[in-house]
Design a protein around this ligand. Sequence first.
Ligand SMILES: Cc1cc2nc3c(=O)[nH]c(=O)nc-3n(C[C@H](O)[C@H](O)[C@H](O)COP(=O)(O)O)c2cc1C
Length: 176
Amino acid sequence: MLRATELSGVRTERPLWKNKYKKWASNQVDNKCLIIYDTMWKSTEMIADSIQEAFESHGIPVKMANLRHDHISDIVADVLTTRFICVGSPTLNSNMLPTVSGFLTYLKGLSPKNRIGLAFGSYGWGGQSVGHVDDALKECGFKMMEPIKVQYIPDEAQLQEICNKLKQETMITQAI
Ligand SMILES: Cc1cc2nc3c(=O)[nH]c(=O)nc-3n(C[C@H](O)[C@H](O)[C@H](O)COP(=O)(O)O)c2cc1C
């Protein structure tokens, strides 16, 4: 049995099973989706919910991770076996939230291969966070889907549009 610390040096108490490590080392991924985000007032979370709906409509299992509640070591354990990695952050002071930045720094160190990424988030005026998340995932070597940005609180029509557009996204339909 391997522990997260043996992989990452961050946390001691959570075990990772040997076959998970083997799978990670050989870059084998399952057709699953992991949506990782943080939010101040839930607008980014609303976008995350629409993304979840789109993936699930294709029968792709989705796991949500909120960086405010879920520990980075636990999230990374899921990254090891997941093909679609979606990362969301609202814009705070022209940047992403520090929790998201910390996660991306950790992810970059792991450099997982064969991943498809998606950056998303809500913003007020400049909306720089989504571009920064997109760049960070590209630096990890991910193939990226078109980023999703919504100004302030998304309304029902915008959420539906996000969901419909993603349902037709070729990187998703080709993976089914
Ligand atoms: C302290 C603070 C700083 C912010 N800075 C920016 C900014 O630099 N650029 C921007 O586009 N929006 C900025 N915003 C607006 C938020 O990104 C916007 O309210 C967004 O809808 C919040 O999304 P959330 O509900 O997911 O937290 C800021 C908001 C706060 C509270």
